[in-house]
Structure formats: C-alpha cells, structure tokens
Design a protein around this ligand. Structure first.
Ligand code: GLA
Ligand code: ZN
Length: 666
C-alpha cells in the first residue's frame, strides 16, 4: 500500500523540481505518473523526435527514489498531424468531425494514426523499457471517455465491414441474422452495410432509435473490439522492450455504461487494472455505494488488487468547481480504496495548473505550490500507508456474494431501454446497495465464470444467456449455489433478436417458471407482498406461471393480483419485478440467510466496515463517512494498527475518521 501523484513536471520550470521532489518524499509519495498528454513534446514535427526532456524527468525523479509510471501519449495527436492527416479526426454519431482543441479527437481505426502512434510507442518503449526507474506503463488515458469509444467515420465503416464479413462469412447470413427483411433493409453485399448513426428515421429523435438493433449491437461490439485491439497493439510493442506491467486507467461504471468498452475483455490485455475516482466535483457527488461498487468492479476484472490512477485530491471541475473536500475526506477515500482492493492510490494531481482547460482542477497543492492542509493530510496518509505495508501485503475483501455483469447485456438494454426508468447500470447498483449497507462485500462476475467460491449469485436482467452461461448457471445451482434470476433475463439471442420461446427461454427449466405476459411499469407502479414484506414494483412486472417452483411473493393489485412476483425452485429464485429499496433490502437479508452469509443485527449509518485479507493476515477497516464523531461496536479483540492499542469492545472514530484493526499481524 502506497501513494503516488499524477505529475506534469513539464508544466513547471526545471528549478521547481527539487522542491516538488522534496515535498513528495516528505509525504511518502512513492510513484509519479507522467507523460500521458505529451505527444507534441515527443514529436514536435513529423518524424522529429525529442526525448531529452523525458530523459531528464525520469532521471531526476528516479534518482530521488520516486518510481515512474510512463504513459503512451496517444490521447493527444498534435496539431501538425491533424493538419496534415485530417482523416485522423473522429466523426461523431451525427456525422460531425471532431475538432482539434481539446483532446481525444482521434479515430482508433485510422491507419495513419495507428502507424504514427505505433512508431512513437516503439521509440518510447525502446528508450525507457529497461530504465530501472520506470516501474510500469499506462496505455492512453481513459479510453472511450466522452463518447470517444464509437467513431462513425468512413474508415471505421470499412473496418466494420471486414469485422462483419469475418463473423458472418456471407451477406445472406448477415441478412438472416439481422432480419433485414424488416423495413426492406436487405443488403446485397458487405460493402453496402451502413454504420448506424443518429437521427435516421424520426426527425424528433436525435438518437439511434429506429436503427436495426442487431446492427447496433454488432457495431458496439466492433467499437469495443477496436479499442481493445488498439490497446493490445501498444501493450505488445512495450512488451518487446520491457518486462514491466501495463495498465490503463478505466472509468467508473456510470461513465463507461452505454458508451462502451467491455472491461472484462480489455482487462485480459492488461497486467493490472486501475481507475479514476472522482467523488465530489462539478458534475455531481457520488453516492457512497457507487464508489464502493466501482472499487468492487475494479477488483473483479482481474480478480486481483488494482490501482486508483487518479484519486481526487482537491476541489475540482472545469468551468465550475465542486466543493472542497472536508478535512479528513482525502484520507478517508484513500483508505476506502485500499480496503476494497487498491494497493496503490495515485492522486490527481500534484499541483493545480495555472494555465489550460483545467485551471480549476485542484491538486494536493494549490496554484501557489505551497504546503497546505490537503498536503498535510496526504502526508499523514502516506506515512500510514508506509507503516501498513510493512505489516501486511495487498489486501482484498473476500466476497461470498457476486453480481453478474455483462457488457453485451448492457448494450442490449441501452439499445432498447425496455421501459422509461429502466437502466441496467442503475439496476445492478440497486442490487449492490443492500449488501453495501450491510457491509457484505460483493464481486462482479461474468455468467461464464467459475462461480464455486460464491454462495450467492445474482443475475439481474441478464438479457443474453449463452449456452455456456446456461450450463454454468445450472451446474452452479446443482452444486447448491443460491442463484437469483430477475425479470428481463434470457429473452434475447446473440443477434439482439427476441427469442421465439417463452421467457426465460434457456433458463425456464432452471427457474421452473414461465413468463406468459409482462407489464412494463410506465407511469404506474404495482404493490407486492411476500417474504420481503410489502412494497412496490416501479419498473417492470413479469406475469409468471410457476411450473415447479414455490411462490414466495405475490402481486397484490392490478389485473394480475394474486399471481407470483417471486418464486423459488431448489436454490434458484426468479424475481419477476423490481422492488423498492426496503423490500429489496429485506429480500437481500433473506437471501444471505439462506446462503449462509452472516448478517448483523444492525449497522450504523455511514459506517463502512470492510474485512480484508492478504492471504495470511486479517485486517478490518472501519470508515466513518459521517461528519460527526461516533462509537462503533467491535466484537472481537484487535490491535489498532494506527495507534498500536488493543481494541476490545468499542472504538471511537472522529468525523471522517478511520480505524485499521489488525489480527495476527506479522
Ligand atoms: C480525467 C483525466 C485527467 C483529467 C481529469 C480532470 O480523469 O484522466 O487527465 O482531465 O479527468 O478533468
Ligand atoms: Zn473512425
């Protein structure tokens, strides 16, 4: 466990470095990430390369004992390049060409762009691949951020056609798979296939509504694949010269959701994953369960510890600012990351910049570069992390419950939202929340993954269920695993077409139910009652006939009153509707009880407790997200790692305070 900073030494005069390094070392900052936007410094003119500036940076900070994460600068192709090769610019969903002037203006499929970045990455990797101060690599920066995952240019269309031809072999096969007979869309050759842009059929719709849903999902898959192949290309080049690990900084689920990269797939190309964690800024304040969910996703992609590559360290925003984090929050957020599986937390940014688009984005230091209260808090955190890492290795919570997340399903539900208010990412979060509230860790998995380490698995709205997933879920349940399947599951085929079977097609036998009808809850809700108490469904009601499942809950109004909304066959539950917070929370408690996952009598609001292990030692984190002091009951005996005192019955925590309680510390 350790901390680092995102640093731009090229933004400051060389004479400032000495002071920066001194302050960093004093705060126990062990690593800096550099160079992710520096293409025009590396290649100021075509094929004119300059490395002396970076040689100096790496050498200077490396010699001070600070390690370097070196980035590929692919997010900022320079002006000369755009002028000479304007085809590099991406096209948006309306067909408008992106502009130079910000960043991320490139098309991932542009041949010339790919050639240029391959060459530069090769030169950087060759030059620094064996440099002892470079400890890892970051590919690009926030791949796909700001709707840049999907480009709609002609070059992309051509590549898309190749991708389709490989997948479908013949145009007849594509026509059949897409059902292009609908609205006379039959293609005579792959060359004719379009890219699904916005505003097609309805002039009141600026989205893609009306486009063929099979074409759309393939296009989304193709775009995700394009970014993954782009990433892999950079990783492969680096691997030729360096044995240091490669990562890329991922986005939180809400931002990635719907703009799409399949992070499970992308993660396979990376040695470790990292993400950017902004909690309160210009664009909103994250809920506590949202941040926890994002950390959980990150530890799930590779099932190992991850990094936070950008962690908020001051008030932030572009044109406007969010609040200044209250004293204690920077430290609290760092512990929250570490408790949930992060082993390095890198703060964005070291010092607020005096120029450029992000002048308002504060770092640890303000514009004046002087020590301040944020610096003091980070220094304390850095010292504590150093101590913690002397005692234990990287920590991870050991989850016994998991939620299935499918990017394919996410795209399916963004193409057709099912009903107003239905949002896959929110739905998953709503299932995560009751566990978070009970301090029960949850991992995210794919339906095809090995599930035996979990005693409870939830599959919310899993639209696509492959043959492999079906077999996997069946064998998980056959071995006694508790499984929850919900409404809007198993109703689509891989081409994003409705299944001609009764829902839940491939899962009918496993769940023991038939969905003969449904009632999307548009401007209405329906009351329900059952083992979860009473409540309401506000999004969706499946109207279910149990074949060989017992009934655990019923609709209590509407024309389907008295029919089941929750059933169970063996250890498999079918939840036919969404539930409000209270009913969902009761249901989750019921499930935990059934699956043998311990729950406590009550939890304190705003207190996050995470039990973690490094494989040998047990560490309990207690995090006070409240702005008041409180006392928390601790049942077993621990050593408070921060004070070295014994903790027996209770522990006092200040506002935003943290306790790190150890057992069997070495
Ligand atoms: C993102 C980017 C950073 C910076 C911050 C602040 O996370 O990765 O380069 O732009 O946001 O906006
Ligand atoms: Zn393109």
């Amino acid at each position: 466990m350790r901390i680092g900073v995102d640093y731009y030494p090229e933004h400051w005069g060389r004479e400032r470095w000495e002071q920066d390094a001194r302050l960093m070392l004093k705060a126990k900052i062990k690593v800096i990430r550099v160079g992710e936007f520096a293409w025009s410094l590396y290649e100021p003119k075509e094929e004119v390369y300059e490395f002396a500036w970076m040689d100096e940076i790496i050498d200077f900070f490396g010699k001070k004992g600070i390690k370097i994460i070196l980035c590929t600068p692919s997010a900022t192709p320079p002006k000369w390049m755009i002028d000479k090769y304007p085809g590099i610019l991406a096209e948006d969903i309306h067909g408008n060409t992106k502009l130079f002037g910000t960043r991320k203006h490139y098309c991932f499929n542009s041949e010339i762009y790919r050639e240029k970045i391959r060459k530069l990455v090769g030169l950087i990797a060759k030059r620094y691949g064996k440099n002892p101060y470079v400890e890892g690599w970051q590919i690009d920066n926030e791949l796909g951020h700001g709707n840049t995952a999907r480009c709609y240019c002609e070059e992309c269309r051509k590549k898309f056609i190749d991708w389709l031809a490989k997948k479908y072999k013949t145009i007849e096969c594509l026509n059949k798979s897409y059902g292009t007979v609908f609205w006379s869309q039959i293609y005579n050759s792959f060359d004719e296939v379009i890219i699904p842009k916005a505003g097609t059929c309805f002039d009141f719709d600026s989205g893609t509504q009306g486009q063929n849903p099979s074409l759309l999902i393939d296009y989304y898959r193709f775009c995700s694949d394009s970014i993954i192949s782009f990433t892999k290309e950079s990783v492969d080049i680096i691997k030729k010269y360096s044995d240091k690990p490669c990562t890329s900084n991922l986005l939180d689920a809400a931002v990635n959701s719907g703009t799409g990269i399949d992070y499970f797939k992308l993660s396979k190309e990376l040695d470790f994953v990292s993400w950017d964690n902004y909690i309160e800024f210009q664009w909103g304040k994250a809920k506590m369960e949202t941040v926890s969910r994002d950390h959980a996703l990150l530890r799930s992609y590779k099932k190992k510890p991850f990094w936070v590559m950008e962690q908020q360290s001051g008030p932030c925003g572009w044109s406007k600012m969010g609040p200044s984090p209250d004293p204690g929050k920077l430290r609290l957020w760092t512990y929250e990351a570490v408790a949930n599986g992060a082993d390095t937390v890198v703060y964005f940014r070291w010092r607020a910049c005096t120029f450029g688009a992000e002048q308002n984005w504060h770092g640890i230091l303000g514009h004046d570069g002087k020590e301040n209260r944020r610096y003091a808090e980070i220094m304390r955190t850095g010292e504590e992390m150093e101590l913690l890492s002397l005692r234990v290795g990287s920590l991870m919570p050991k989850a016994r419950a998991a939620i299935i997340k499918s990017f394919d399903t996410e795209w399916c539900h963004t193409i057709f939202q099912n009903v107003e208010g239905f949002q896959y990412d929110n739905l998953l979060l709503s299932f995560y929340k009751p566990f978070y509230d009970m301090n029960i860790p949850v991992d995210f998995v794919q339906a095809e993954d090995e599930l035996s380490e979990y005693s409870l698995v939830l599959a919310p709205a899993l639209a696509f269920v492959s043959e492999e997933a079906k077999n996997n879920l069946e064998s998980y349940a056959a071995k006694g695993g508790t499984l929850v399947i919900t409404f809007r599951s198993a109703f689509k085929d891989e081409y994003n077409r409705m299944l001609p079977q009764t829902i839940p097609g491939p899962l009918a036998e496993l769940t023991g139910v038939k969905v003969n009808d449904y009632d999307p809850q548009f401007e209405k809700s329906t009351s329900v009652a059952g083992i979860f108490g009473s409540g309401t469904a506000d999004i969706w009601c499946d109207i279910v006939t149990p074949e060989d499942a017992e009934v655990l809950g019923l609709y209590t109004e509407s024309y389907f009153a008295g029919t089941p909304c929750l059933t169970r066959k063996g250890t498999v539950y079918y939840l036919a509707c969404d539930l409000d917070d209270k009913a969902r929370s009761n249901f989750t408690k019921y499930l935990c009880n059934q699956a043998g996952i311990e729950t406590r009598l009550y939890e304190q609001e705003g207190i996050e407790v995470v039990d973690t292990t490094d494989g040998k030692n047990h560490v309990k984190f207690i995090l006070n997200h409240n702005n008041y002091n409180t006392v928390i009951a601790v049942n077993e005996e621990y050593t408070d790692f921060l004070t070295d005192q014994k903790v027996v019955n209770t522990i006092k925590l200040e506002a935003y305070g943290v306790a790190v309680l150890g057992k069997h510390l070495r």
